[in-house]
Design a protein around this ligand. Sequence first.
Ligand code: FNR
Length: 446
Amino acid sequence: MGPVAPVAPDDPAAARGVSRRTQSEIYRAGISGTRPRVPVDAVDLERAAEKALSAEAFAYIAGGAGAERTMRANTAAFDRWQVWPRPLRDVSARDLSIDLLGRRRPTPLLLAPLGVMEMAHGEADLAVARAAASLGIPYTLSNQASFPMEQVAAATSTASRLFQLYWSASDELNASLLRRAEASGCDAIVVTLDTHLLGWRTRDLDLAYLPFTRGLGIAQYTSDPVFQQLVRERVRTAPDAAAPAAPAVRLTPKTVAAGVKIARKGAAVTGSRSVRDNLRSPLPRAAVETFLDVFSTPALTWEDLARAREWTTLPIILKGIVHPDDAIRALDVGMDGIWISNHGGRQIDQSVPTLAVLPTIADRVAGRVPIVFDSGVRQGSDAFIALALGATAVAIGRPYAYGLGIAGEEGVREVLRNLLAELDITLGLAGHATFAEVGRDALRAA
Ligand code: FNR
């Protein structure tokens, strides 16, 4: 199918008519025998991505913690709700726009932060950012992205972006990352709270593959002056610490290939483009080891959050809230929004499915701050249900990574456009013209 026509970013009217345009494009292309390259069906989309990606990339993106029961519960939770349609209302002029963080947004969708998208496609975050911008959807750039935030900003300068922080063990590094986010034009900071330890990810463990140990997904760090200083200090004070600690790595063709990859990625810390120089330099290896040391801190508490206020003037949203008491505590400590998420079931096996706790949290928050919702959203109708249960905005995760793996920027755009089209159709068929009208009475408990 031909390229999807871009729309003006952040135009509140941008999403109007998205369902009719999408259906028309798909069915017209079908007349000449062309079917969508990116499957519309969510299960087929995942299967197509599995074919397009390496075993390691697919495992990393699709996998969850333990027996993946949280992941299944996240999607199953949507089956407990039904859309309750009300016909004979004029829904000819539907408007998908919402208010979020002081701005009118064309759609109620956001892109969740997904790290290491270079595993899905070489253009990674640049492709995702462009696709999101073309549909007026704000993009949350991950702390584990594959391109520095300034480069993503340059690719989509006028589009709305948020920066997601993993609170590092180094406060100087946290402050530096937030300074850069503000300077590069982000709208808000999203602090992710549920990854102070890396989840027990069965598929990655069975493949013995963690991208960060190969220098992938650490571009925000290697491009950061504070991090670069930490790396140089490490090499200066303890030259042996640049090498991985025991057990010793066996030298095989795969070890050599991984070493070359780390050396290539090391250009950001050595300042040299020569692979030979970077292979000889201890800095690239030290960058990986430094990252593994400072990536997160399990000692983080509510009291620490106050420091983030000193590091940025941007609004702060807490991601990874699943308990109503924590939502209220976030309000008490002056946070500007909460993001209900269980990290797509990647952290705890048999954890609380997010949709199950959304109504209670929404009741307790009572509109005082916006609520972003994610984990398990696979279709436009899922997004409708989450919005009806009290979410202000709905974040999309894995589906856009699948689109990226299948067809790069265009693949992301098709996935997002399909989600928006189905959301628009669901809104209209349910008998509503705006999300302001959609409350719990738009649903029935199954
Ligand atoms: C994530 N997620 C995530 N979250 C975050 O705060 N920072 C990150 O860097 C990442 N990285 C990441 C990589 C991959 C491959 C996945 C699948 C997820 C979690 C993400 O933001 C979101 O919470 C989940 O993706 C939502 O679940 P579903 O809808 O994708 O199942």
